[in-house]
Structures are given as C-alpha cells and as structure tokens.
Design a protein around this ligand. Structure first.
Ligand code: SIN
Length: 277
C-alpha cells in the first residue's frame, strides 16, 4: 500500500490496495492516515455493496443515516442520489455529516456508482488547518464557547429540502434533533485542535445574543472557507473516498444538471466530545 499527499491542505491518495480484500494491518494504516490527512482517496476499486459493507464493518462501528433512502437489501448503505430531472443535490453546502448527533459520526465511506459525464466533484476542507490559522484572540474566544448543531432546518418538515425537488427523495422529516459540542474539539486519535462548527448544521453559539452568535459564526465560516484549506476530488468509475467528519468539512458540487449522479455512503459511528467546563 502506497500513500501520497493529494494536496498540501488535505487528503492522501492510496494506491496498491483493493478495499474489498484489505488486510487488518492495511486498515490500521488507513485509520492512522485518515486521522492525519482528513480524507483518503482510492481509484479503480472493485467494490460491490456487500464488499463496501464488509469493509466498513472492519473499519469501525456503523451509524444509520435517518434521512437518505437506503440501497435495496442494504439498510446500512445510504443513497446519495440526484436524478437527471432534479436540480437540488444532497450535501451541496459545506458541512460535516451528523454533527447534529450527540455522538457525531467518525467518518463516511463514499463509493461512486453512477457519475455525470463532467462535474460532480467533492470538495474537502481541513478544519485543523483552519483552526491553526485563526488569529489568537478569536481562538481564545472560540475556546470558551459551545455550539448548537441541528438538522431540523434542513431535513425537518418545513426545512430546506422540503421546499426543493429532492423533498420526495428523502425521509425522516419528523426524526430531527440537535446536539451541543465545543467550538474547538480535539481529535480523539491525534489530539489535534479542530474548528468544529460548519455552515450547514451549526445554528447558534450558546450563551450569546442571537446577533452576536450569528456574527461570530459568520466570521468563523468565512475564515474556514478559504481555498488554502481545501482540496478537490474528481470522481471516476471505481473511485472511493473515506473522510474524517471531525477533521474535515465537505461539499458536493452541483454542476451537472440533466445527468444522474448516484453514490453509496456508509457512515462510521463516532463518540461524543468532552464539553469544556
Ligand atoms: C455527502 O455529503 O455525504 C455526499 C458527498 C458527495 O455526494 O460528494
């Protein structure tokens, strides 16, 4: 197995391994690299749904997504689907998966199943790099704060998707909820400091007046969206990406109207972050 940096800011390209028969020691190396680089990219994988599921179970515990439709016969695999006649996509804004859960997901394993002829890239952003580059006074302030993360305004009955042409392709609109996490968290494996707020799911900073909370979140989001923290993955048939949801944000480009894009995602379970006292 050979790993090389995908870009300076994040990601590793892993070559010389088929995920469908990766050994325990290769999976262990992948876990270490993931915690360092935030996202792992693989090409030319022969990775049917049963192999995807078996690999994910070897990598860690799984968590089911409540809002995406499952793949037939595989309730653990969620479809990330945009049809040719739909204009809205899933994950089209910067986010981390499941930050609205009390135990936010460790990561996700995404497999390309049907791709548009062009476009449909996924962008990632390194939130350890974003935190490290934050000016000290902002770090000091952010370190004292907890943020509220929710999915109601996105997947709920009157949420964003209910007003789009994806409404009937999603489920669980009554199964929404929220959770509170520190604004700065430490990576459970490496101890690295991470900016843990994201534009899609973070709705407020606890204890601040609404305007103050919105203003500080705006500053943090603006800072974290700078191109120097980002990398871009261009999907090909057989491509797979595994990302760490604590360390990275991601965004699925929606630039392929008129074509279908279908991905299969398995979400890996994580653990709650200790709250600052
Ligand atoms: C997601 O946000 O989990 C999906 C990303 C993608 O479809 O590229």
């Amino acid at each position: 197995m050979k790993a090389s940096d995908w870009s300076q800011s994040c990601g590793s390209l892993i070559e010389g391994v088929q995920l469908a028969n990766a050994s325990d020691s290769e999976i262990d190396q992948m876990r270490q690299l993931l915690a360092q680089r935030g996202v792992l990219f693989f090409r030319d994988q022969d990775f049917a749904p049963a192999a995807h599921l078996a690999f994910a179970k070897s990598f860690g515990d799984l968590v089911l997504n409540k809002f995406f439709m499952p793949v037939e016969g595989f309730p653990e695999i969620a479809e990330v689907r945009k049809e040719a006649d739909q204009t809205t996509n899933i994950g089209g804004g910067w986010h981390t998966d499941h930050s609205y859960d009390v135990a936010p997901a460790l990561g996700s394993i995404l497999v390309a199943r049907e791709l548009p002829t062009k476009g449909g890239d996924t962008l990632f952003a390194n939130m350890h790099a974003a935190w490290s580059a934050l000016p000290d006074p902002l770090k000091q302030r952010a370190k004292q704060l907890r943020a509220v993360h929710s999915n109601a305004h996105i997947y709920g009955r009157d949420g964003y998707y209910s007003r789009t042409d994806l409404a009937s392709s999603l489920k669980g609109s009554d199964d929404v909820g929220s959770a509170t996490h520190p604004v700065m968290v430490r990576h459970p494996q490496t101890g690295a400091e991470i900016l843990y707020v994201n534009p899609a799911h973070t709705i407020a900073l606890e204890g601040l007046a609404r305007e103050e909370s919105e203003e500080f979140l705006r500053v943090l989001f603006h800072h974290a969206q700078q191109p120097q923290f980002q990398c871009r993955f261009n999907w090909q048939p057989g491509s797979v990406a595994i990302w760490d949801n604590r360390l990275t944000w991601h965004l699925a480009e929606n630039d392929y109207d008129g074509e279908r894009r279908l991905m299969h995602r398995i979400t890996l379970a994580g653990e709650p972050f200790p709250l600052p006292t």
